[in-house]
Each structure stands twice: as structure tokens, then as C-alpha cells.
Design a protein around this ligand. Structure first.
Ligand code: AMP
Ligand code: TRP
Length: 341
């Protein structure tokens, strides 16, 4: 059976971009067709300036929202990365396979490091090595598919490269994974800056729709979205990025196709109005379920406890095999176990 792994960082409140680009498909498609694991990748939240209490709070909220978006612990494994030691254990081995040049070529590293330096801050070493930890997340579970938004393509490519290189040097150990993307809304853009991704850690609140925004807040944000100077509603990402973004959001929410939808609207106003309502309707059941789950925190904790246990059992044999393959002497207990076999 296909194995799927994906994750979301607790660096901010989850957005419509996370939902349409990733989470919705995890719930609608991936958990049904595959042996799937979904992870709150909290170690990744420590790669930039962070507040410990906030990371804890966002990790709990993120897990609750994964369940609210329809992930069913009977069908898939939902867990927190730091509860399973194998991620950090494997990450070090992969650092011994990856190169410095390869890390410095990562677009997200270059962008985030430049932003941090412009602010006069320092760049954490973990920001540079972060894609290796992400590769470890994926390879530890032998995932075939990694369903992500478009911004993660380069990182999944790195995971592929590291898997192939490790296998060539040390013997076949890892499954070589590939990224999968949704048909539309693979990159939802900020409503105020349609040339930038709608990112949860960005500061520009008015351009970001959060999953837990009240319906009126959602309407206000969509109705105030920046559109383009033309008048015509056309689906053209280059010439009309603001309008194209709205058409993609509407298409993703209603199951349509952005270019067909562009023919339906004569004015930006009517496009915005329908998009706002479509987003409100898509978020409604998630918000209702989130409210129910918040009333039962013990349930979410139980899901995470069981999830971590299952995940550990899945990752351990692969990571142990990688330790042996790369030349590390097995611990005495392992020798005893293998001698007894
Ligand atoms: P992150 O927020 O970086 O932890 O991302 C979690 C998942 O959501 C990843 O698969 C991302 O590719 C996806 N994602 C985040 N922001 C967007 C966006 N604006 N549009 C589409 N997908 C997104
Ligand atoms: N780097 C991903 C992001 O920023 C999150 C992530 C970490 C991830 N580990 C992963 C996604 C493994 C898929 C698989 O969105």
C-alpha cells in the first residue's frame, strides 16, 4: 500500500493556504487511499525566533485542526514530531550525506536568511539544516508520496536526492519519495500582496485568511483583496495575479476550474462576493468540529499519544537499518537480539 507522509509547522495560525494546498487533500484523498501519517513538525518551528509557550499552544491547536479538517485516527496516524526520536536520529545521518552547497541553494533558506539579516537578526544554523530534518521525516517512514503545496517541491526533491545517494553508497535503505500537489490552489497567494504566498508566519494579517477567522472577518478580508488595474475578469497569473488568486480560491472551494469561472464574472465585485461566501462555507464545518474538539482536550491528547506510538514502531526499523548501513556498530542489545534470531 502506498505510504504517505506530510507535516505542518506550528509557527503560526493555520491558513486557507495550508488548508487548500495541503490539509484538505490529506483528509479527502490521502488518508483513504494510503497508509498515511500526518505530523505537527514542531522541531521545525525552532529554526526561527520562537516563543516556547506559543509553539506549545500552536502545536496543540494544529493537531486539533488536523482532526477538525477530517483526519480520522482510525484511518491514519496523527502525531507530534518531537514525540518520536527517530526524526532527529536520522537527521544527523542525512547531514553526513548532504552537502553544504546543496543546503545553501534552498530557495526558502535564502529568502528567510536574507529577511532575518535585513532585520539585523542572526540566522540559526538549524534554518540551514532544516531541509535535512524534513528529509529525515519523510525517509524514516519509507513514504512514497508527500502531499504538499508548491513551495515545498524543492525540499522534497532534496529528500529524493539524499535517499538515492544514501542507497547508492550504503546499500538500499530508503524508499525514494515524490511530491504530490492539488489540482488547483497549489500556491494560495496573500490577498493584499498577490505576488507573495499566503504564509502563516507573515505579519500582514489583512491578506491572510486564517482557518479560525470568524465568517465576517473572512468576508472583509476577501472583499478587500487587492485586484488588478484592468476591469475584465481574466485568468492570467502574470497580468492579473490578484484576480487569478481569487479565481483559484473560488475554484478550489467550489470544485470548479479557474479559467471556466473567469467567464462567469463581469465584475471584480461579484467575483469577490462569491469567493468570500465559498470560503466561509468551506471553513464552516472545520470550525464547528474544532469547537467540539476543544471541549474534549483529552481526546486530542489520546490521539497524539497513540499516534506517536504507532509512528515510533514504523520508523524505528528503517532508522536502525540506516545506522547499520552507514557503518555504525550496533549496540550490544541489538547484537544480542540479532544473535538470538
Ligand atoms: P507550513 O505552513 O509551511 O507548515 O506548510 C504546511 C503545508 O501547507 C505544506 O504542504 C505547504 O506547502 C502548504 N502551504 C502553506 N502555505 C500554502 C499556500 N499559501 N498555498 C498552498 N499551500 C500552502
Ligand atoms: N517544511 C514543510 C513546510 O514548511 C513542513 C514539513 C516538515 C514537511 N517536514 C515535512 C512537509 C515532511 C512534508 C513532509 O511546509
Amino acid at each position: 500500500m502506498t505510504r504517505v507522509f506530510s507535516g505542518v509547522k506550528p509557527t503560526g495560525h493555520l491558513t486557507l493556504g495550508n488548508y487548500l494546498g495541503a490539509m484538505r487533500r490529506w483528509a479527502d484523498v490521502d488518508q483513504h487511499k494510503a497508509d498515511a501519517l500526518f505530523c505537527i513538525v514542531d522541531l521545525h518551528a525552532l529554526t526561527v525566533d520562537h516563543d516556547p509557550a506559543r509553539v506549545r499552544r500552536l502545536s496543540r491547536q494544529g493537531a486539533t485542526l488536523l482532526l477538525a479538517s477530517g483526519l480520522d485516527p482510525e484511518l491514519c496516524t496523527v502525531f507530534v514530531q518531537s514525540h518520536v526520536d527517530e526524526h532527529a536520529r536520522l537527521s544527523y545521518l542525512l547531514e553526513c550525506v548532504a552537502t553544504d552547497g546543496e543546503m545553501r541553494r534552498m530557495i526558502q533558506y535564502k529568502e528567510k536568511a536574507a529577511r532575518e539579516q535585513a532585520r539585523g537578526g542572526s540566522v540559526r544554523l538549524s534554518l540551514l539544516t532544516y531541509p535535512v530534518l524534513m528529509a529525515a521525516d519523510i525517509l524514516a517512514y519509507g513514504a512514497d508520496e508527500v502531499p504538499v503545496g508548491d513551495d515545498q517541491t524543492q525540499h522534497v526533491e532534496l529528500a529524493r536526492d539524499l535517499a538515492v545517494r544514501f542507497n547508492q553508497r550504503y546499500g538500499h535503505t530508503f524508499v525514494v519519495p515524490r511530491a504530490t500537489h492539488p489540482a488547483v490552489a497549489t500556491r494560495v497567494m496573500n490577498l493584499q500582496e498577490p505576488l507573495s504566498k499566503m504564509g502563516k508566519s507573515d505579519d500582514s494579517g489583512p491578506g491572510i485568511v486564517y482557518l479560525l477567522d470568524e465568517p465576517d472577518v473572512v468576508r472583509k478580508k476577501v472583499l478587500r483583496a487587492v485586484t488588478d488595474s484592468g476591469r475584465e475578469v481574466a485568468y492570467d497569473r502574470e497580468a492579473q495575479p490578484g484576480v487569478a488568486n481569487l479565481l483559484e480560491i473560488l475554484a478550489a472551494c467550489t470544485g470548479g476550474n479557474p479559467s471556466d469561472l473567469s467567464g462567469v464574472y463581469e465584475t471584480y465585485g461579484s467575483l469577490k462576493k462569491d469567493t468570500a461566501e465559498a470560503v466561509v462555507e468551506v471553513l464552516r464545518p472545520v470550525q464547528e468540529r474544532h469547537k467540539e474538539l476543544c471541549a474534549d482536550p483529552g481526546y486530542v491528547e489520546g490521539v497524539l499519544r497513540d499516534g506517536a506510538e504507532r509512528a515510533r514502531a514504523m520508523a524505528r526499523p528503517t532508522v536502525d537499518a540506516a545506522y547499520r548501513a552507514i557503518g555504525l556498530l550496533p549496540a550490544v542489545t541489538d547484537i544480542a537480539v540479532s544473535a538470538g534470531r
